[in-house]
Design a protein around this ligand. Structure first.
Ligand code: GLU
Ligand code: ZN
Length: 301
């Protein structure tokens, strides 16, 4: 049975882009007769607050999106992440990285097309002595050593996507120097333990997927399938972000009822030919992945 998920980061009010991916994730799971689970990705305690978690749930409910089971909070699962981090450590895959941000940038391989730099592997082969002297000065972050392997998968929305783990991704951080486990580890562990079989999310996370699939395999989990949906853009072509106040749900609720807003999103998604109020439940029989656009869209509501 299909099990989809919502995985919002409760760092503020949801904006149109979040609602868009949540609606499509829900439709994909429900149209397959599947379940839907909710996980609040509140690992970053500097940015996430518990009132935002409550707000996210009220906002999903307002829109007409429901989920099965109790919501899962990442901030309460540190011991679980520690266990899987330890498994990777036992496999000899984890090493401390003492680089400062400036050192990382200077020593990194060329930028990828999205501007992200690939870690050059400076700390991968330090001698014990070098580690000892560096650790006196600084608390390390913890990286996982990726193999020089090509990773490829078939995305339900974007088609085939391929990446070289060493060249395009590089050794990535699984635990920050302040002890917080990284999103990349938490997402893989949680999706597996929560029984998620289908990950629907924004296209901005497409290039995280090869490393997540590799972690998944390395930890012995079954891989979920993926669908990376296009991003919604502001009229000037920028990505919608939490700072675009006018696209926040609080603002949108003053202009639209929930069925009106869902109708506009459904029209953008190519599920209905004309604007008109509609509920998520009414959209279930209309949903199909071959209708969903692949390119980013300007959100003119
Ligand atoms: N929490 C992430 C976000 O809100 C989504 C992570 C995921 O879907 O894997 O951007
Ligand atoms: Zn380093």
């Amino acid at each position: 049975m299909v099990c989809g998920r919502f995985a919002p980061s409760p760092s503020g009010r949801m904006h149109l882009g979040n609602l868009w991916s949540c609606l499509l994730a829900w439709l994909s799971a429900r149209s397959a007769g599947g379940r839907m689970v909710l996980r609040l990705e509140d690992l970053d305690t500097d940015r996430c607050r518990s009132e935002y978690c409550d707000q996210v749930m009220r906002d999903l409910e307002w829109l007409g999106l429901d989920w099965d089971n109790e919501p899962v909070y990442q901030s309460r699962r540190t011991e679980i992440y520690a266990e899987y981090f330890y498994q990777l450590e036992q496999q000899g895959l984890i090493y401390p990285c003492y680089c400062t941000r400036a050192e990382r940038l200077a020593a990194s391989a060329p930028h990828r097309s999205d501007g992200i730099t690939v870690y050059g592997g400076r700390c991968r082969h330090l001698s014990e002595q070098e580690r000892r002297s560096l650790s006196a000065a600084r608390r390390p972050a913890w990286r996982v050593a990726v193999p020089a392997e090509e990773y490829s998968f078939e995305d339900l929305c974007q088609g085939r996507y391929t990446e070289w783990l060493d060249r395009d991704c590089g050794d990535f951080i699984l635990r920050r120097s302040d002890g917080v486990y990284a999103y990349q580890l938490a997402v893989v562990v949680d999706d597996a333990l929560m029984g998620v079989t289908q990950v629907v999310r924004g296209r901005d996370l497409l290039d995280s997927t090869p490393r997540q699939l590799w972690l998944c395999k390395t930890l012995g989990f079954d891989a979920p399938e993926h669908a990376h949906v296009p991003l919604l853009l502001a009229p000037d072509g920028r990505r919608l972000a939490k700072r675009d106040r006018d696209q926040e749900l609080g603002q949108l609720q003053q202009q639209y009822t929930a069925p009106e807003l869902v109708g506009r999103l459904a029209h953008l998604a190519g599920l209905i030919p004309e604007y008109g109020p509609i509920t998520p439940t009414q959209l279930i029989p209309l949903f199909h992945w071959n209708k969903i656009p692949k390119e980013d869209l300007v959100a003119r509501l």
